[in-house]
Design a protein around this ligand. Structure first.
Ligand code: NA7
Length: 544
């Protein structure tokens, strides 16, 4: 392994053309791509290894809900041909191995400083650039600052009274111990039934003496039907990988999902059911592509939601438990649909108890377990599958000061405001990869990451070519974009779910629907047109 793991402190003062924050999918590609422009680039990451979200999320069952062959870089035809995926949906260890391979293959580690957290970034108006402070000291200076900090990287443990008094072990799925956890003979409580909870619960239940699941909101979950990837199938896709990649870049969500361009309401109930059944059997998030109005029309959505509800009732033997697991009160897809392996069937096990903490909330953590309004549950371990301060959390964790010393936290106090999800007015030379206002988490992240990195690289090339050292989003362009993002979201059912898409999972966080849901292809075309027209909405300034 190269020098990166040693993480020496920065020489002082250090100047770079660009500092990239984060060494996950986004940061690694940004480092590679900007270096390719001939820029001096430094990448920072708080973790002790590369991988971003896949470095941290090592809980049992951690797996991507996008298929391997799509959830991978397309920038290198050699890489995509040579890397062999073993499963339809990649498990965390395999994705991490892939990212480590990418770091080595493209010689990225020499410019990555691990165990280095950016804490403060102050814009210097006299000589445009960012003065950076890290928890390993400083100063560090960069002309451009690229936040490749990920949308789901700030883990949240709820502020429950008595948490410190618990005598057993506690874990968060997003900070899982590298050595793994042995739950044998343990009474385990799992709080949270989002993607992480639904993936982890079947495996924890198979090992632990007893598993108690504390569910606040029942979620819609689809069977993954994960399987080993057939080598012939993989070869066939690799033979047309370039065309496939070109297609997904302009697709609605950045995957090869088959989208049926029919309304759920224009077909007979039998045909509708057959379509849902076929997609349920096929497995994965492709279910949502069954009809073109599932996320636009409540009546269409109800048909899909009812289908999933009936499946839950079929799978779960105890009718009272099944009713608790049946999601209600929000359209399917408005909260992220989870993709699981054996989740609902896990509730047929004798050693699993489902506790409804919506009707009977968790009151406190006591030394021996969890106390709800109705009962105390004795536990040896508690797993928090309670999610993240999503999309904005990692950016706002840094004290970012733009023009006039204005803080980004202040600017975004009522919700994030960006131009294209890529930049924010008043904070020149700051770029966000998959920021709020871009397709981000509603898309295949790798496709959106590559698009953002390429777009930023092209903008920097354009600026440098014209002798410009400063690029700043214009406030008017930002206002128009924010209004457009909201208007597009309001045409859909997305804002109806109290989800992390809207910040609803974090007490006190402003409720704003953050992603752009107009589609990956539509968004890409819009960004391309802006680049082609010389970047309207950005102001460029020459150096002194
Ligand atoms: P999510 O999807 O935010 O899920 C968190 C879960 O934790 C969800 O079921 C929450 O219930 C629950 N939660 C959060 N706080 C509490 C408290 N205080 N009490 C009880 N239950 C609570 O996070 P994940 O890690 O599962 O997934 C995040 C994304 O990562 C995922 O979608 C993939 O894109 C990868 P709630 O629904 O808020 O009532």
């Amino acid at each position: 392994m190269a020098d990166s793991q040693a993480s020496p402190s920065f020489p002082s003062p250090a100047h770079h053309d660009a500092v990239v924050v984060g060494a996950g999918f986004a940061g690694l590609y940004a480092l590679h791509r900007l270096r390719g422009l001939g820029l001096s680039v430094r990448c920072l990451d708080a973790a002790s290894g590369v991988g971003g979200t896949w470095f941290w999320n090592r809980y049992p069952g951690a797996r991507c809900d996008v298929e391997s062959m799509d959830y991978s870089y397309s920038f290198s035809p050699e890489l995509e041909q040579e890397w062999v995926w073993t499963e339809r949906y990649p498990a965390q260890p395999e994705i991490l191995r892939y990212l480590e391979h990418v770091a080595d293959r493209f010689d990225l580690r020499r410019d990555i400083r691990l165990e280095t957290r950016l804490t403060r970034a102050v814009f210097d108006e006299r000589d445009p650039g960012w003065d950076l402070t890290t928890d390993r000291g400083g100063p560090l200076r960069a002309r451009f600052l690229v936040m490749a900090t990920g949308c789901l990287s700030t883990a949240r443990v709820p502020d429950l009274p008595g948490l410190d008094s618990f005598q057993g072990a506690t874990y968060h799925t997003g900070h899982w111990p590298h050595e793994g956890v042995d739950f044998r003979a343990r009474r385990v409580g799992v709080i949270g039934t989002g993607s992480s909870g639904t993936q982890a619960i079947p495996l924890i239940a198979a090992q632990a003496a007893h598993t108690t699941v504390f569910q606040r909101t029942a979620n819609f979950s689809l069977p993954a039907r994960n399987r080993p990837l057939d080598p012939a199938e993989q070869r066939a896709l690799k033979a047309r990988y370039r065309e496939h990649r070109a297609m997904v870049r302009y697709s609605p969500n950045g995957t090869g999902r088959r989208n049926n361009d029919q309304s759920a309401l224009e077909v007979s109930p039998e045909a509708r059911r057959a379509e849902y059944e076929a997609r349920w059997q096929e497995g994965g998030g492709g279910f949502i592509g069954a009809f073109n109005d599932l996320l636009a029309d409540e009546r269409a959505n109800d048909t899909a939601a009812d289908f999933i509800r009936s499946k839950i009732r079929d799978i779960v033997h105890d009718p009272a438990v099944a009713e608790l697991l049946v999601p209600r009160g929000f359209p399917v897809g408005s909260k992220r649909v989870t993709v699981d392996t054996g989740y609902y069937a896990t509730y047929n096990r004798d050693n699993v108890t489902l506790v409804d903490v919506d009707s009977s909330p968790i009151e406190k953590i006591v030394p021996t377990g969890v106390r709800t309004a109705d009962a105390t549950y004795e536990l040896d371990s508690i797993v928090f599958a309670t999610g993240f301060d999503a999309i904005t959390g990692a950016v706002l964790a840094v004290d970012i000061r733009g023009r006039g010393g204005r803080s980004l936290r202040e600017k975004w106090a009522a919700g994030p405001r960006t131009y294209l999800g890529l930049a924010t007015a008043g904070f020149p030379n700051l770029f966000l990869i998959t920021g709020p206002g871009s397709p981000s988490v509603i898309s295949n992240m790798v496709v959106s990451i590559e698009q953002h990195v390429d777009w930023i690289a092209d903008l920097l090339h354009h600026a440098r070519h014209g002798g410009m050292v400063c690029a700043e989003a214009d406030e008017g362009a930002e206002d128009t974009w924010v209004a457009h993002v909201n208007e597009v979201a309001d045409r859909t059912l997305f804002p109806r779910g109290a989800s992390w898409y809207t910040g609803a999972n974090v007490p006190g966080k402003p409720r704003v629907f953050m992603p752009y849901v107009g589609g990956v292809g539509t968004y890409r075309r819009h960004c391309e047109s802006i680049a082609e027209r010389g970047y309207p909405g950005f102001r460029f300034l020459p150096g002194a």
